[in-house]
Design a protein. Sequence first.
Length: 264
Amino acid sequence: MAVFDSYKHGQFSWVDLMTPSPEASKAFYTELFGWRAIEIPTDQGGIYTQFMQGEHPVAGMGEMADEVKRTGTPAVWYSYFAVDDVDAIAKKVTAAGGTIDMPPMDVMTAGRMAIFADPTGARFNVWQGKDHKGAGLCNEPVSLSWNELMTDDVPKAKAFYEAVAGWSIERQEGMPNEYYMILNDGDMNGGILPKPPEAARAPNHWAVYFTVADLETTMERIKALGGTAMMDIVEIPPGRFAVVFDPTGGAFTIFQMRADAPQG
């Protein structure tokens, strides 16, 4: 079991959902994945929901601000990577051509965070853990397994994240289409996918993958709970995946690893 109690600088460590309808989203994900929801009051007066798989935190959820809801924005999953110093990263972001969407702030005693956008417009979050280090379980069924940037400018994104996060980003051989592997201190840490022509209207974004035990059964369950499939199941060397929407419009990817796939 892939249990985590700490994360290296630059390693993806957490994901959370910003949703216009917390109750609908909570019902969907607890039914789909069997997660348990813990509601945590925040010092801003709202509620932050932490999803648990057994005794391990695996993801979070917050409610969109009213002004964002009024625009009709669908729910969105956000990716966080761990950093040693949020404020130092903020300076690197602006120096490398990114923007600060939310400046560094303390989240009670849980940690310190900020929200940025890279020069291609993709938003990402960083987390300096204190009481909360990140996901306690990853790479197991119904937990986070991968974070992937889809962008229309790979060279610009590559230069930015190598400068800001310290990643090494390399073209991945053996994939059916152009793909780039993100390495953090030599370990696989996510990927970059050039935006395909059919996705030209989609914004550049970080996608979130959750591992499941059975892809077809999960797809059927998603549809029964009011979600939809964006695309058919795709076969890749490590396994199989499908991109889906929850009932509030939040896109995420479900992934089933091949039994004989190498672990990285």
